[in-house]
Each structure stands twice: as structure tokens, then as C-alpha cells.
Design a protein around this ligand. Structure first.
Ligand SMILES: [Zn+2]
Length: 201
């Protein structure tokens, strides 16, 4: 027999599917929710429900609630000739928070990791060359984490993009600790790494 009424157990099971949330934490979260009023629960579940309408931007693979382009790709004030390649959505967000980058992004959806089966065909590279040509991109910034997979991906992309005439391929300046994650870099460090970026060689 279940320890909790089914309605409660179901939500505990749902929370338990989230990364970093074990069973005990899931229980604590659900009991917190149970102590809130009905308005809180409706608002919370409404926000959850809205996420089911999410799309991927056809250009950069960012989350978008519009049909085709995300708000960044759709912004005429952004500089289409500079393209910043990042691993995941949260990397895009931390770079946006530095408020120093006015170009566009391209989310790879991962980095190369052959041991885990992440080979180049698993990355969002299919429309990358087309975007670079269409937007007359002059610089591609490889803003990847300074760890083993990030380095391997930078080397791969440098080779992959090298044949395109007229583009500079850059990477973040040293300053981010080796093995660290862009996601956790403070804004000043990241802004510096971005403004002091250097060519990949
Ligand atoms: Zn986009």
C-alpha cells in the first residue's frame, strides 16, 4: 500500500524525476506545496502547463514561444555578423546577463563526448554553415567550457569552420579556471573572457 494518497504520491514521483531531487527532497517539496493556498497551486501548475507550448528557434535552437524565431534572433538591433556558439541554453543566459554581447547565438545542444556517444552528428550543426553564409558572419566565437570535452569540441569546430572564407574563429580568453563551467562564472570574469577573446590556432 502506498504511504501517501495517490494525488500526493504522483507529485512526489514527478518531482523525483527532476535532476538533483531525491525522494526525500521530493517529499519535502510536495509537503511545502500542500501547505500553500489553492491560488498558489493554480498559479504554479499554470506556469508548468505553459511550458508545454515551448518551441525551438529555427535558427539558433534557443527556447522560443513564438512559431519560428526566438526573441534574440528576431531582434533587428542584434549584430548578425557575430555568432557565439554555446553548449546549452544556460550558457546563453549567463552571457546575456553580462550585457556585453550584441551578436547572435547558436546552441550546440552538447559537446563532443565519444564515450557517451556524443559524436558531431548529435550536435546542432546542420544549419550552422547556412546561417554563417546567410548572415555574412565575420566572426564565430566558440564560448565553450574550458574542460576536456570543450577543448575537443573547439578543435573539431575550428576544423569544421576553417574552410569558410572570411571568418575569424575565436575562443574565450584564459581567465576562466580550467575544468570550470561557464554557467558558474561570475559576470565580470565572463565579460572579460569575452572581450579579451582570442583567435583559435
Ligand atoms: Zn534564435
Amino acid at each position: 500500500m502506498a504511504r501517501f494518497p495517490e494525488q500526493i504520491q504522483n507529485l512526489i514521483d514527478d518531482f523525483n524525476t527532476l535532476p538533483g531531487i531525491g525522494r526525500k527532497t521530493a517529499e519535502r517539496l510536495v509537503f511545502f506545496v500542500l501547505k500553500q493556498n489553492a491560488a498558489y497551486i493554480h498559479k504554479f501548475s499554470g506556469h508548468f502547463e505553459q511550458l508545454s507550448a515551448v518551441n525551438k528557434c529555427q535558427e539558433c535552437h534557443n527556447f522560443s514561444f513564438a512559431q519560428t524565431l526566438c526573441s534574440i534572433c528576431d531582434d533587428p538591433k542584434r549584430d548578425k555578423t557575430i555568432l557565439c556558439l554555446v553548449e546549452e541554453h544556460h550558457d546563453l543566459n549567463v552571457i546575456e546577463e553580462t550585457d556585453t554581447f550584441r551578436g547572435l547565438y547558436h546552441i550546440l545542444g552538447g559537446v563532443l563526448n565519444p564515450l557517451e556517444g556524443i559524436t558531431p552528428d548529435k550536435l546542432n550543426l546542420q544549419n550552422l554553415i547556412d546561417r554563417i553564409k546567410k548572415n555574412k558572419v565575420t566572426e564565430v566565437i566558440l564560448a565553450l567550457n574550458p574542460d576536456m570535452q570543450g577543448e575537443a569540441t573547439i578543435m573539431y569546430l575550428n576544423k569544421f569552420l576553417q574552410p569558410i572564407p572570411g571568418i575569424k574563429i575565436t575562443r574565450l580568453a584564459r581567465g576562466l579556471p580550467m575544468g570550470s563551467d561557464i554557467e558558474y562564472a561570475d559576470e565580470v570574469t565572463l565579460a572579460n573572457a569575452l572581450s579579451n577573446r582570442r583567435e583559435v590556432n
